[in-house]
Design a protein around this ligand. Structure first.
Ligand code: SAM
Length: 274
């Protein structure tokens, strides 16, 4: 889903990203990006050429958005939870493009060693790679990953084994509508990137999330609402106001922020348990 974000970033002004690189890898990546000659500099001509170019870009973006929505709509069951086959493989490849958004979301969570951290719909586990790069004082004392896809759980196990730092991770495979392994009021931070669309009925999931959260604990959902299809059963929660209203009703104070990062713009919906 970050494909469209990459494209939008590619044509926007150089240096306009608001987020800072968070690792040597990301710093190198962003240096490479910022040293790439901007497309506009390759064109000559006056205002009319630039206007035409802008129009062309808008048309391309529109078409690309439609194509992405069409693809996601056709593999929506595998986007919700990959089970295998060609479409499952494709869904998992598409989700790899969410790595930069996930890394930024983890940075913004400001994790610390007193946290009990839960990630719903962990996918490939880029979050764990990011956490493994942190100083020991930032590594939560307990990390709980909830992932219903067997394919993803298998991949997670492999990826965890390759991490440079051993993390206190546990993986659960049951639907996060019930999380009996988490006691009431014990979770300080909970996160889900590209997950909330699929939590249906949302109030039931939020009730369980509220149960496990500590008072003032933070729930962060990363969303790419601009690219999700609107005509599928699986993508059930795709309206920002409906989502924030449901979170308020469930007992969270909610804020939203558009996070801009190269190749991974997303909307952060953050709830603080009242
Ligand atoms: C669109 S993918 C996003 C994966 C990853 N967070 C990312 O951004 O690339 C949604 C993920 O949530 C998982 N998932 C969906 N519904 C779930 C549920 N009810 N409980 C636990 N995991 C769920 C899926 O298996 C899948 O890995």
């Amino acid at each position: 889903m970050a494909l469209i974000d990459s494209y939008v970033c590619e044509v926007s002004a150089k240096g306009s990203k608001s987020s800072t690189p968070t690792s040597t890898h990301e710093a190198t990546y962003m240096r490479r990006v910022s040293s790439t000659p901007h497309r506009r500099t390759r064109l000559r001509g006056g205002q009319s050429t630039r206007s035409m170019q802008r129009a062309h870009v808008i048309v391309l973006m529109f078409n690309k958005l439609k194509v992405i929505k069409w693809i996601l709509g056709n593999i929506s069951d595998q986007m919700r939870a990959p089970t295998g086959g060609v479409s499952g493989w494709l869904a998992m490849q598409i989700m790899k493009t969410n790595a930069s958004s996930t890394r930024e979301a983890i940075r913004r969570l400001e994790l610390n060693q007193n946290d009990t951290f839960v990630e719903l719909g962990t996918g490939h586990g880029e979050s764990l790679r990011r956490i493994a790069e942190m100083d020991s004082v930032s590594i939560p004392k307990r990390i709980v990953c909830v992932e219903i896809s067997t394919q993803f759980r298998n991949e997670l196990q492999k990826n965890i084994a390759e991490l440079p730092t051993k993390l206190p991770v546990e993986i659960h495979g049951e639907d996060c509508i019930k999380m009996p392994y988490l006691s009431d009021g014990t979770v300080t931070k909970l996160f889900g990137m590209n997950l909330i669309y699929f939590l249906n009925p949302l109030p039931e999931y939020l009730k369980e999330i509220k149960r496990v959260m500590k008072q003032n604990g933070s729930v962060v959902f990363g969303c790419k609402l601009g690219v999700v299809p609107s005509n599928t059963e699986e993508f059930a929660n795709i309206d920002q106001k409906d989502i924030t209203d449901a979170m308020e009703d469930a007992g969270f104070d909610v804020t939203t922020e558009k996070v801009e990062i190269y190749g991974g713009n997303y909307l952060e919906i953050k709830g603080t348990k009242r």
